[in-house]
Design a protein around this ligand. Structure first.
Ligand SMILES: [Zn+2]
Length: 298
């Protein structure tokens, strides 16, 4: 049984990915800068805008990797780095332009003028840092405090884009024969975690060991989830991934599901596919009670 590994092939991504990443970085930077300047509420809410910006960059990189059929995490990491640096620079350029266009009546430079002048941008940044530009509860952050906020903002943008690139095809599976991404199979197996052996001694690489476990349902806490990805074009390529699923209840009584991959995904042989299908169609040995935090049931 072989571990599934991305082939590293670039597909159309050599041309498509830099072009699309540039467009995505510029559009998201533009939106972010204008929201920042024009938002009627300033201050702490800004952290949500930055988070949204970072999330947008991650989603865009994932989309670009899929669309261009890039199977190289390293190349997507490079694209993430480019996206990060461009986003940081462009969001500053757009921000300065939007800020001056809004508040400075004498300002008549174009957006391109601002972006094409790194020296001018830096001078403006230093000037704004000196006085601050927004207030939180009558305090106007400037100087070191503002640098600190800007540093965090930059870390979020750069971190999100670089990580978003490196992880853009995590969990995805590609059929090299058909040149297409595989789909999630509806055949999912839930298995009881045995008490007598450590959870991480199991993986999708040993179907025989999984067959020895008791079939349960998706509510069991904890349980193993064996999920499949399948190429619907050739019907001959299937991978399996084992995850340990846990339900956790927080102070507010909200239940959240945490899943942790047990080893990498493995490519299944035809025989193993048939056996996993059989396992997936086996009814649970016993129904577990739904996870609940309602203490009144006791
Ligand atoms: Zn295929």
């Amino acid at each position: 049984m072989t571990v599934y590994k991305h082939s590293g092939s670039l597909g159309a991504s050599v041309i498509v990915a830099p072009a699309l990443a540039t467009v995505a970085a510029l559009l998201l930077s533009l939106a972010y800068a204008y929201i920042d300047v024009w938002s009627p509420i300033a201050g702490y809410i800004s952290i949500l805008f930055v988070a949204g910006f970072g999330f947008g960059l991650m989603v865009a990189l994932r989309f670009i990797a899929r669309l261009s059929k890039c199977r190289s995490p390293a190349f997507m990491g490079l694209m993430g780095t480019w996206t990060a640096l461009l986003s940081l620079y462009a969001s500053w350029g757009f921000f300065l332009y939007a800020l001056l266009a809004r508040y400075d009546d004498t300002f008549d430079a174009s957006m391109l003028d601002v972006l094409a002048s790194p020296g001018g941008m830096w001078a403006m940044i230093l000037q704004i840092n000196d006085t601050g530009w927004y207030s939180i509860k009558s305090l106007t952050p400037s100087g070191g405090v503002l640098w600190f906020f800007w540093g965090i903002e930059a870390l979020i943008i750069v971190g999100a884009a670089v990580a978003g690139g490196l992880m853009a095809i995590d969990g995805e599976v590609f059929c090299e024969r058909c040149m297409t991404w595989c789909d999630d199979s509806p055949l999912t197996t839930h298995l009881q975690v045995p008490d007598d052996s450590p959870a991480n001694s199991f993986s999708s690489g040993n179907i025989k060991a999984l067959e020895a476990l008791t079939v349960t349902d998706a509510q069991q806490n904890p349980h193993f989830r064996l999920s499949l990805k399948h190429c619907s074009a050739c019907d001959r390529f299937t991978t399996a991934q084992l995850a340990l699923v846990r339900f956790e209840t927080n102070d507010k009584g909200e239940v959240s599901q945490k899943s942790e991959d047990m080893g990498p995904a493995h490519v299944l042989s035809a025989d193993e596919v048939a056996r996993v299908k059989l396992l997936a169609s086996t009814p649970p040995a016993m129904e577990s009670l739904p996870v609940t935090s309602d203490a009144s049931v006791f």
